[in-house]
Design a protein around this ligand. Structure first.
Ligand code: HEC
Length: 460
């Protein structure tokens, strides 16, 4: 638990605690909307705004919207009354670029799955709709087709009915005085539910509440705001060894104080490949952490660099930059064996509150002998409104008041393995999977050393 900064507003906390101020804004905006007289040329909800909300926003902003790594969007934008109530905040979110949430630069348009860019003309139309008084218009103008993405399946899981569900043994209590806490928790696998190694095809975290700041967990990469369920491409998989437990490394972050305690009951669901399916690519991951630097107090633009050599031909599946509140920008570049360089990912305006995983539509081929050049930029000045303390030097560390420079990658060797699910497993694959699980446990123990409070296990 951190006893450093006590006031550290983040937009995640804002969502949790800002309900009252939001209500005030909503009332103000309704007054504003009625004060402005309708002009015939002004855009209306049904004719102009709704189609753009459906295209750009409704994948998340709809009734019973998806959990995006633990947070559900606070309102539906396919509903006129809600859209009107939120109009000033919609304007602000569009102008600042906060919504739709996405970190990859425009240059990457078309490269990654689930990308979220809004066209400038569409943005302008929505802003004009707000400025024109957020008019309703005639519902007849609405097009019947609502292409706002799929509805939550009845199972309650976006990945479909999971083959295996695990959860905490009992709710975890996050006490009043806790601001930052990273317990390692083992989720017991139900008796007889997972007696042999299985190939994961899909995985989803169902966090027990919006206060869950981020979760580092085995088999799922990192479950944080910005990440939905994880689906591997056909023929790609991760082997989950048989095990009585699934170890997760939780990270709770909230404002401490009287009455702020919460309980959490996070669940995880897995869909496995069926017997007979063929696994050609065994997914590997590397956090690529870079340590050993110090960001001077007050420095507005501190850069650190690292390189990583690619030893065999691989397909790169995805990239997940990770920094904390001082994180400003991040770049992955590749230098091919012939010396040519290419930017793989440029995140010009990194936002800690959205930890996206940038997943290629088509896995990217990187030949042996290529070198990855990784760069991170930090803003440790008082200009950075998220900065917990601009007066201190900062080094690599696990707490949100420390910093990190990670460049997670998911990838697989290009050589096809042709592993038939249900038949005997290649020994090397099994050993690697077991070793990886072992390491995760050891690493997480290191991470929580000295603050591994397991008293909740004993509490009622
Ligand atoms: C990937 C899912 C997703 C998409 C797409 C998305 N939003 Fe959001 N939005 C969220 C979530 C989750 C929150 C709550 C978290 C937050 O406020 O930081 C949110 C919050 C907001 C807020 C409240 C911001 C605040 O300051 O509290 C507004 C306004 C908003 N969205 C507007 C939009 C608009 C307009 C679009 C489309 C142009 C859009 N969003 C697209 C997920 C999404």
């Amino acid at each position: 638990m951190s006893n450093r900064s006590k006031t550290n507003p983040t937009s995640i906390q804002h969502v949790m605690t800002g309900a009252a101020s939001k209500a005030a804004m909503i009332m103000a905006s309704s007054l504003l909307a009625t004060a402005i007289h309708a002009q015939s040329a002004a855009p209306t909800f049904y004719a102009d705004a709704l189609p753009l909300f459906e295209k750009n926003c409704a994948a998340c902003h709809k009734p019973d919207g998806p959990r995006v790594g633990g947070i559900t969007a606070p309102m539906s934008l396919v509903d006129y009354n809600q859209a009107r109530a939120w109009a000033p905040m919609i304007r602000n979110a569009l102008v600042t670029g906060y919504m739709p949430p996405w970190g990859a630069h425009q240059r990457h348009r078309g490269e990654f799955k689930d990308e979220r860019y809004i066209d400038e003309t569409e943005k302008a139309t929505l802003i004009a709709w707000v400025d024109g008084g957020a008019l309703e218009g005639s519902p007849n103008a609405a097009k019947a087709d609502a292409s706002s993405g799929a509805d939550m399946p009845e199972s309650g899981w976006w990945i479909g009915e999971p083959d295996l569900v695990v959860q905490f043994e009992k709710p975890v209590k996050v006490a009043d005085n806790i601001e930052d806490w990273q317990p390692t928790i083992q989720m017991p696998v139900p008796e007889g539910a997972h007696t042999e190694p299985k190939w994961i095809s899909k995985a989803e975290l169902n966090p027990g509440g919006p206060w869950v700041h981020h979760i580092v967990s085995s088999h799922m990469g990192v479950g944080v705001p910005g990440r939905g369920p994880f689906t591997y491409p056909e023929g790609w998989g991760v082997l989950m060894p048989e095990d009585p437990f699934i170890t997760v490394n939780m990270h709770y972050h909230k404002n401490p104080g009287e009455g702020t305690a919460v309980t959490d009951m996070t669940k995880a669901g897995f869909v496995f490949y069926e017997d007979g399916a063929v696994i050609d690519h065994v997914v590997e991951t590397n956090l690529l952490p870079h340590k050993g630097w110090t960001i001077p107090a007050g420095d507005p633009n501190f850069e650190v660099n690292n390189t990583f050599e690619i030893e065999e031909d691989i397909y790169l599946l995805s990239m997940g930059p990770h920094m904390h509140y001082r994180g400003k920008a991040m770049r992955y570049e590749v230098e091919y064996p012939d010396g040519e360089r290419e930017t793989l990912l440029w995140v010009p305006d990194y936002d800690f509150n959205w930890q996206f995983l940038y997943e290629y539509k088509e896995p990217k081929f990187l030949p042996a002998g290529s070198v990855m050049h990784l760069s991170w930029w930090f803003d440790n000045s008082s200009e950075n409104r998220f900065n917990p303390d601009p007066t201190v030097d900062v080094v690599y560390g696990p707490e949100t008041t420390d910093e990190m420079a990670n460049a997670r990658i998911y990838y697989a060797p290009t050589t096809k393995r042709g592993i038939v699910v249900g038949e005997e497993l290649p020994q090397d694959v099994l050993e690697t999977a077991r070793k990886a699980e072992q390491q995760r446990r050891e690493n997480s123990e290191l991470l929580v050393l000295g603050e591994d409070d397991t008293s909740w296990l004993l509490e009622e």
